[in-house]
Design a protein around this ligand. Structure first.
Ligand SMILES: Cc1cc2nc3c(=O)[nH]c(=O)nc-3n(C[C@H](O)[C@H](O)[C@H](O)COP(=O)(O)OP(=O)(O)OC[C@H]3O[C@@H](n4cnc5c(N)ncnc54)[C@H](O)[C@@H]3O)c2cc1C
Length: 462
């Protein structure tokens, strides 16, 4: 492609900014990043409180975050944040150790069985499900894999047939049942449901296992994790500062029209002309949101196939509160509440995070889900009230809420549409209308998968 091609990138989150970086690395410098907010980072949002940054959005990474590492190298920064740690509580606020056999004598047979099943899953993923852990979803529904290996930082292209991969279209609980590894869900649920990615009876196994591939899940178990002292937003602020063309903030895109091989973007009242557009912002939002975010289909001259496919996308209603406590009520450590990670206990506190060990004058953050595929959404205020009540039950009551966020989180499709080849249809549409689709929906809702998808997209189309 002509190196002077004019490229518009919608969104200044990890996907959009890393698209800019990978374009530059390939010699494409004629790009513009449009960001609707007055800051970059998207769901990596790290505000300041008492002189330190806390996390309203993304918190951590793992050593296999190769794309994030590319960004760190590009900017000369590293993961220098506080060590993560955690403990567990029952929904009644009692500290428990669910995985310690000595504390759960009666559960020893179950724990032993679980250990065996973890090993079995590890073997199955290497053999029966070879090719499961590539970034993105190309070919999965057709029993193929195609993409770049995530086995090491080289990320070499790989391709192959594996009909077993079709099992990944099943909801994760059914996938586990099919393979006789139901108990592993007790481990995978921690970094999945409590991190806002939905429930195992509704989310296709492909999402669960591409994010929590065996190695990544073990890194969570062993707490072999990365954090950033100035917050995850700092990674993207740094990247923005190092790009030849930093994102244009407060860009309100009113209209996008694609005709005669050109893309006309009306932004803040003026029309700009481009050759290609990369969309990393939401493609579709099924409900009206109070933050004013809308899907691409609402401001683009969306074609029938775009409208039809993107209307299948749903997302998680994930709520984050940042609260102050009195020093004597501050939690010792971060806590997971497994009993609150079920559809029946939806709307309750699933996890709360104490980021700084050395001080009690910082906020803690709480996390709750309030929508399941088969049930009605719990209203925001009701969920907030429940979470604040739960903090009292945990004996870490909040004295004040200092920040709150109801996030457009983890866009995904459900098993029926996944199995019907949703991803291959969208992949076939890439570049059809001089438009490339990237961001969370195309891979998974974490910093690295989205940045990695941008890397691959640039590799494939530029
Ligand atoms: C509470 C929480 C915890 C998380 N924890 C982790 C974690 O520990 N580790 C991890 O790796 N990830 C985590 N994530 C997920 C991670 O933050 C996201 O997956 C990642 O930020 C996605 O990047 P993105 O660029 O695709 O989308 P986003 O980050 O959502 O960025 C999209 C950008 O597009 C902008 N935009 C939207 N509409 C328009 C428009 N019309 N015009 C212009 N711009 C627009 C938005 O303002 C935003 O800046 C977490 C997220 C949240 C909310």
């Amino acid at each position: 492609m002509d190196k002077n091609v004019r490229i518009c990138i919608v969104g200044g989150g990890p996907a959009g900014l890393s698209a800019g970086m990978y374009l530059e690395k390939k010699g494409y410098e004629n790009y513009t990043i449009l960001e609707r907010l007055d800051r970059v980072g998207g769901k990596c949002w790290s505000p300041t409180y008492n002189g330190r940054r806390y996390e309203m959005g993304a918190i951590m990474g793992v050593p296999s975050y190769y794309a994030v590492h590319d960004v760190e190298e590009f900017c000369g920064i590293t993961h220098d944040g506080p060590q993560l740690n955690r403990n567990y509580k029952s929904k009644n606020g009692k500290v428990i150790e669910p995985f310690n056999p000595k504390k759960n004598i009666l559960k020893i047979p179950r724990l032993l069985k679980m250990k065996k099943q973890v090993k079995k899953l590890g073997e199955l993923l290497e053999t029966k499900y070879k090719g499961y852990d590539l970034n993105g979803h190309r070919g999965v529904a057709e029993g193929r894999y195609e993409g770049f290996s995530q086995a090491n930082a080289k990320r070499e292209p790989v391709k192959g047939e594996n009909p077993n991969l079709k099992d990944l279209c099943l909801p994760f609980n059914e996938f586990c049942k099919l393979n006789g590894v139901e108990l592993i869900q007790d481990i995978w649920i921690g970094p999945f449901t409590s991190f806002g990615y939905g429930y195992f009876d509704e989310i296709p196994a492909a999402y669960v296992l591409k994010y929590l591939d065996f190695q990544t899940c073990m890194n969570f178990v062993k707490i072999n994790l990365w954090t950033w002292k100035n917050g995850t937003q700092y990674i993207w602020e740094q990247l923005n500062d190092h790009l030849k063309h930093p994102a244009r903030l407060n860009s309100k895109i009113e209209k996008v029209e694609r005709r005669d091989g050109k893309v006309f973007v009306t932004v803040n009242g003026a029309v700009e002309e481009y050759d290609k557009i990369i969309v990393t912002a939401p493609l579709y939002i099924p409900n009206k949101r109070t933050d004013g975010q809308v899907g691409m289909v609402d401001y683009f001259d969306a074609r029938e196939d775009e409208k039809e496919l993107f209307s299948k996308i749903d997302y998680e209603r994930y709520d984050v509160l940042a609260v102050e406590t009195r020093p004597e009520d501050h939690p010792e450590i971060s806590y997971y509440v497994f009993e609150n990670m079920t559809p029946e206990t939806m709307g309750h506190l699933m996890v709360y995070y104490r980021r700084w060990k050395d001080t009690k004058d910082q906020v803690i953050t709480t996390y709750a889900l309030r929508k399941h595929q088969k049930s009605k959404e719990i209203p925001y205020e009701e969920c907030k009230k429940t979470v604040l009540e739960d903090l009292k039950i945990m004996k870490n009551p909040a004295s004040n809420v200092v920040n709150e966020w109801s996030v457009y989180y983890f866009p995904h499709v459900f098993s029926k549409d996944y199995a019907a080849g949703w991803y291959d249809k969208v992949e076939a549409m890439q570049d059809k209308y001089d438009t490339l689709y990237a961001g969370e929906i195309m891979s998974f809702g974490d910093m690295d998968e989205t940045a990695e998808y941008s890397r691959e997209l640039i590799e494939r189309f530029f």
